[in-house]
Design a binder for this molecule. Sequence first.
Ligand code: 5AD
Ligand code: SF4
Length: 468
Amino acid sequence: MQGNRTGTSFADPTYEGTCPSGPFLGHLPMTSPKRACVITYGCQMNEYESAVIERMLVERGFSLDANPEEADLILLNTCTVRARPEHKVFSQLGAFRRLKQRRPEVRLIVCGCVAQQWGAGLLSRAPHVDAVIGSRDLRALQRFLDGELGDTQVVAGCLESDPFVDTPPLVRQSQVTAFVTIVEGCSYFCRYCIVPYVRGKATSRPLGGVLREVQFLAEQGVREVTLLGQSVNSYGRDLRGGPRFLDVLQAVHQVPGIERIRFTSAHPRDFTEQLLEALPRLPKVCEHFHLPLQSGDDAVLKAMGRGYTADQYLDLVGRLRRAAPEVAITTDVMVGFPGESEQAYGNTLSLMAQVRFDQAFMFKYSDRPGTRAATMESKVPAPEKQRRLEQLVAQQNRIAAEINAALVGREMEVLVEGRDRTGNLLSGRTRTNKIFHLEGQATPGDLVQARAERTYLWGFRGPIAARP
Ligand code: 5AD
Ligand code: SF4
């Protein structure tokens, strides 16, 4: 789920002007014109945060530039969930060292999970970085941009602070889908995962703020919102007597203009019967659920601290499919957790064959500093992890292709989002979250019926059969 999202156009003209007093970056006044480039690594929560940061920048008179070479300010929003995204951040920083030699006036800020994990250590490793702002510190970033933090170079520490700012994400021209984070951090402490250490314990966003943002997004033309959290359906656990996840779904459901609601990631443990029973009353909630499995082996699941068995997971899938037969189920799985035997891995392979996921994000286990798993013995050798991953991916690709092929000839509702990569066709998503390349004319935001004529691993292509 690596992403890299930058951009230049936005739909909200009130934020296009320049800041009359001229924004400051730390103690360094920036002169006009000011261009900022936000580069995003990692999950959808980071994408959401980057869109919030982009609005903060635009409100302060910056224009956005997708090209870091042209920018006066570069902001890296980083990910450390596995070693690979962390390495990518450091190699990108290496490239920016050369950029700063050529253009020393460029300001470079690192924020997000790597910033939180490394803190001041990041400045020793990359001294050309101007500021390090931790993952719960968007307020500090705001103050930094406003010059209130003076020479402070590192703000990365307090994981107790309120992570939610009132700034909504930037909405681009014709943008019809948007993310809205409703839970920040995670309290599960699965033994492989660094997230609770770099994002803190689960903190639910007050419902009023969630609703204001969804209403604002709807007014900007957004038709589909995805509610985000590392364990999104644990919403409200930390709010004594306050709203729970179902209350959020019901409230968002009432926002005029919002046609579709998604949420991710749902921890299987928190997918309650009450939530399942409520789904028929919430027709805007799409028939797609992302339920991270991680392993299909009970002993590995136990060692991971996941809190469910393979059978319990299967039972949940069965109940979901009985409630909504057309449902698409996607997952995250990893191979090579410490102590994972060939047989345990085989259990993952066969559970995935049994469930038949529509899509899966598959990873090799990666040691993360500070986690319990990093200190465990019986590490699986790298070539073996690679072999297991390749076999799992091959099986999953076969299953996904079969699932999609069985849907040829069917009509599906597609929310038109824009053009496909070639620019030749319109593109959108089905309620089951599959990409659909459309033949015919429509406008972003339209809900059309389309007939699947060709299928791919990623989705479908076919003509628009009817428009609303
Ligand atoms: N190694 C490999 N994969 C991991 N994930 C989280 N931590 C690790 C790790 N240490 C995967 C999980 C999670 C997804 C976002 O990343 O599958 O659901
Ligand atoms: Fe990466 Fe996880 Fe942080 Fe998202 S929460 S940015 S996936 S480490």
